[in-house]
Write a protein that binds this ligand. Structure first.
Ligand SMILES: Cc1cc2nc3c(=O)[nH]c(=O)nc-3n(C[C@H](O)[C@H](O)[C@H](O)COP(=O)(O)OP(=O)(O)OC[C@H]3O[C@@H](n4cnc5c(N)ncnc54)[C@H](O)[C@@H]3O)c2cc1C
Length: 467
């Protein structure tokens, strides 16, 4: 039997796999590399929807431009001219509080200057300066209450609804904010740690990127699908991407790996599994020492798209998020045609409302009509909306990995696997974060491992908190 042998096989042509391939080939263009994708198109969770002049997203709507690796990826894809940005300091965001949309400053400390919480709650935040770190693996809600007081819970809820569609009672603070936990442990206080870090960054001419001000949300004129599409076209043109090639089994063999696919077997020296955590764990089941978790929970959401004519009175900005305490039907909505013009026909508006998430999987079972009516009723109480001239429901298949109790143990397991298997590289949806920037960073780290240039796990990054 003819057995193809590769230097590098990348499993998955989502953004992680395509980024890993692009970074590997940038540093070692002569490598014999193949990306294997089970579907017949690239992108995984990233897909753009077009209908009757409206353009929306099945998955991610964009990513912040404060990540060096993602900026490099845009260059590698040759998409600089097509990138469109919406700066956070120009496009305000709202949180639904007390049944109204309240404009929220994009920096946690500025929230304290607004009349959003009582003075007693603002003073309580300062208790962070002398509160001992919580031991164990607390949830986000436990940790926020302990350090800053319960009054900040709706804001924390909005942040993690917007990113994870998650439940702050279940998400682990060590998993979603490892950098902030490190600051807390090192300085005995988050506020003190943040100020020291800012001072150090100022001494370093504005930090790693040298940028000032808030980052901008980035997408592309033809939607997010342009990014995986362009990367995949480049690889396919070089015969380095195989569609309809599902990997069924992997096992170590000699110095490398053997893969069984739906179209035969192949071997490689380096195997990159650029897959969502649960799909990677299932392929590795029985192949490696058992992980501390056999799977992690996922949260699914759906989007209700609503198009309106000029009579809609939508507040200017990115959109809003609703904490669970508000008991709303929708988790929030993106004011897409404000954020990125050209997403709706001339003179019209597009709203993309999100429903479901970790707390309300039952709403995913509703019919399209029920969902559209539920969202219209909810949003109609928050802004002036005429009857919609367009509506659609998008039900993405991909779930969002939830980084809950036990997740940090799973990351430690991955570190041990990497140490024991220099030819195996695990990255992808849910490995060390869930956002596109997290994925691209991890993909580049895997490329550095393949080039034997990785310096090992870095200290956890302290990420900005944006609504
Ligand atoms: C609804 C939703 C909204 C989101 N919104 C945002 C956002 O606004 N901003 C942001 O930064 N991030 C967002 N994300 C997260 C972002 O989409 C992910 O970080 C990113 O797309 C993950 O890419 P990936 O390549 O790791 O995984 P995937 O996109 O899941 O790609 C994995 C690929 O592997 C393939 N595959 C799986 N198993 C096999 C196999 N055995 N053999 C071969 N191929 C296989 C799949 O077909 C798929 O193409 C969102 C995600 C979802 C689901």
């Amino acid at each position: 039997m003819h057995l193809s042998n590769y230097d590098v096989c990348v499993v998955g042509a989502g953004l992680s796999g395509l980024s890993a391939a692009a970074f590997v080939l940038r540093q070692q263009p002569a490598l014999n590399l193949l990306v294997l994708e089970q579907a017949t198109e690239p992108g995984g969770a990233v897909a753009t929807y077009h209908d009757r002049g409206y353009q929306a997203e099945w998955g991610p709507h964009g990513f912040l431009d404060n990540c060096e690796e993602s900026r490099e990826l845009i260059q590698l894809a040759g998409l600089e001219a097509e990138a469109t940005t919406a700066p956070l300091d120009r496009f305000v965001r709202y949180v639904c509080l007390g049944g109204r949309l309240q404009c929220i400053p994009q920096q946690p400390l500025k929230i304290l200057r607004q009349p959003l919480i009582p003075w007693s709650a603002k003073l309580r935040v300062l208790a962070d300066l002398w509160t001992a770190p919580l031991a164990g693996e607390p949830s986000v809600a436990e940790w926020v209450s302990h350090r800053f007081g319960k009054a900040l819970l709706p804001f924390a809820d909005a942040v993690y609804t917007g990113t994870y569609a998650g439940d702050i009672e279940r998400l682990s603070i060590d998993a979603v904010m490892p950098g902030v936990r490190d600051l807390e442990r090192a300085h005995g206080s988050v506020i003190r740690g943040v100020f020291k870090k800012m001072r150090a960054a100022r001494g370093n001419k504005g930090g790693k990127t040298g940028r000032k001000g808030l980052p901008a949300m980035t997408s592309f004129s033809g939607g997010m699908a342009m990014l995986p599409g362009r990367l995949a076209d480049g690889l396919a043109a070089q015969g380095r991407l195989a569609y309809d090639r599902g990997v069924l089994e992997v096992k170590p063999e000699g110095e490398g790996w053997r893969l069984a696919t739906n179209q035969g077997e192949l071997t490689c020296r380096h195997l990159v599994l650029a897959l969502p955590v649960n799909q990677a764990l299932s392929l590795l089941d029985g192949v490696l020492p058992p992980p501390p978790l056999s799977s992690i929970p996922e949260a699914r959401i759906l989007s209700v798209l609503l198009g309106f004519d000029h009579r809609a009175r939508i507040p200017f900005g990115f959109g809003y998020l609703a904490p669970e305490s508000e008991q709303r039907f929708a988790l929030g909505a993106l004011f897409s045609s404000h954020m990125f013009p050209g997403r709706a026909p001339q003179g019209c508006h597009l709203l993309e409302a999100l429903v479901g998430g970790r707390r309300h999987p039952e709403r995913l079972e509703l019919s399209d009509d029920e969902l559209i009516q539920g969202v219209l009723q909810d949003l109609g109480q928050l802004m002036e909306l005429p009857p919609p001239s367009f509506s659609a429901v998008l039900r993405p298949r991909a779930g969002i990995p939830q980084l809950e109790a036990g997740y940090t143990g799973l990351l430690a397991w991955r570190d041990a696997v990497h140490a024991a298997h220099p030819g195996l590289h695990l990255c992808g949806f849910g490995w060390k974060g869930i956002g596109i920037n997290d994925m691209v960073k991890e993909a580049r780290r895997m490329a550095l491992r393949i080039g034997a240039q990785d310096r090992g796990p870095e200290g956890a990054e302290v990420k900005g908190v944006y609504f």
